[in-house]
Write a protein that binds this ligand. Structure first.
Ligand code: GUN
Length: 295
C-alpha cells in the first residue's frame, strides 16, 4: 500500500478562498485588511518570496504595502519605519523578511513590531503566548502543517508526534502546537541518539532539519503521517531540482500519508500568512476569530 499524497497546493487554494470570504465580510464593514512587507537588500530568494506574498495578498482582496530598503539602510531607519507601520490603522499585519543584513539585530527588529500585527508570530510576546497556550499569532509554516495534519487525521489527541528540527521558526512552535492538540511530543535534532528509532515511534512525523532527503523510509512507522517542511535545492544528474528533508519514494512506500516537495507545506506558508493577516484584522476590529484559520 502506498501513502495518500497530501495536496498542499489544493489545500492552500482552499485556505485562500476562506480568507477571501472573510476579507469580503470585512469590506462590507468598511475595513480592508492590509499587510506590510519589508525587504532590506536584494537577496534573490527573498525577492521572489516578497513578490509572491504581494501578489497573493492582492488576489484575496487585501491591501499590500511593500517597503524595499537598500541593503545599507541604518537599523534606526528600519526601526522608525516599523514604528510608523505599528501606528498606521490601515496596516493589520507587518512582516520583515529574513534574513536581515549582518549589521542589523534581527531580534531587536522583530521585537519592535506590535505583537498584534506580528503575522509571522516571531515576536517574543507571541512566542510566550503560544508556549503558555494563550491566544497568539502563530508562525505560518507550523500553522500550515497543523492544518494539514488536522485535515487528514481529524483529532490528533493522544498521538505520538516527533518533530525533527529545533528551529525557532518551525521546530519549536510546531512542537507547541502539537502539544496544544494533546499529542505526545518529542523534539529530535541532529544530535539525537538513534534518530531512526525515535522517528519510528511517530504517528505524526514532521521533518524540518534542512538536510536533503535525510529522513528515509526506515525512519517511518507504517501508516504514519509524514509532513516534510524541507525545501532544498540540489543538483542531481546535472539537473537542478527541489527536494524535501524526506526521501519521498522510500517514505511513500511506508507512510499512511505524506506531503510532497514541491506542492506540500510550501504553498501553505503564504496561505497561512494571509490567514494570520485576516485574523489580526478581525482582532483589531473587535470581531470573533475567523473559523478554521487559527490554531
Ligand atoms: N524568510 C524565509 N522564511 C521567512 C518567513 O516565514 N518569514 C520571514 N519574515 N522571513 C522569512
Amino acid at each position: 500500500m502506498t501513502a495518500t499524497i497530501i495536496d498542499g497546493k489544493a489545500f492552500a487554494a482552499k485556505v485562500r478562498g476562506q480568507v477571501a470570504g472573510y476579507v469580503a465580510g470585512l469590506k462590507e464593514r468598511g475595513v480592508i485588511p492590509g499587510l506590510a512587507v519589508v525587504l532590506v537588500g536584494e537577496d534573490p530568494a527573498s525577492q521572489v518570496y516578497v513578490r509572491n506574498k504581494g501578489k497573493q495578498t492582492v488576489e484575496v482582496g487585501m491591501n499590500s504595502y511593500e517597503h524595499k530598503l537598500p541593503v545599507e539602510t541604518p537599523e534606526a531607519d528600519l526601526l522608525a519605519l516599523i514604528g510608523r507601520l505599528n501606528a498606521d490603522p490601515a496596516v493589520h499585519g507587518i512582516l520583515v523578511q529574513l534574513p536581515l543584513p549582518g549589521h542589523m539585530n534581527a531580534d531587536l527588529v522583530i521585537n519592535a513590531i506590535d505583537p498584534a500585527k506580528d503575522v509571522d508570530g516571531f515576536h517574543i510576546s507571541n512566542v510566550g503566548l503560544l508556549g503558555t497556550g494563550q491566544k497568539a499569532m502563530v508562525p505560518c509554516t507550523p500553522l500550515g502543517c497543523l492544518m494539514m495534519a488536522r485535515d487528514h487525521l481529524g483529532s490528533l489527541s493522544g498521538l505520538n508526534a516527533v518533530v525533527v528540527g529545533r528551529s525557532n521558526i518551525v521546530g519549536k512552535p510546531m512542537a507547541q502546537l502539537l502539544l496544544g492538540e494533546s499529542c505526545t511530543v518529542t523534539i529530535a535534532h541532529s544530535r539525537t541518539k538513534d534518530l531512526p528509532e525515535v522517528c519510528r515511534r511517530a504517528d505524526i512525523l514532521v521533518a524540518a532539519v534542512g538536510r536533503p532527503e535525510m529522513v528515509t523510509g526506515d525512519f517511518v512507522k507504517p501508516g504514519a503521517t509524514v509532513i516534510d517542511v524541507g525545501i532544498n535545492r540540489i543538483e542531481r544528474d546535472g539537473k537542478r531540482m527541489l527536494v524535501g528533508d524526506v526521501h519521498f519514494e522510500s517514505a511513500l512506500a511506508v507512510a499512511g500519508a505524506i506531503t510532497p516537495v514541491p506542492g506540500g507545506v510550501g504553498p501553505m506558508t503564504i496561505a497561512c500568512l494571509l490567514a494570520n493577516t485576516v485574523t489580526a484584522c478581525h482582532r483589531a476590529t473587535g470581531l470573533p476569530e475567523p473559523e478554521g484559520l487559527t490554531a
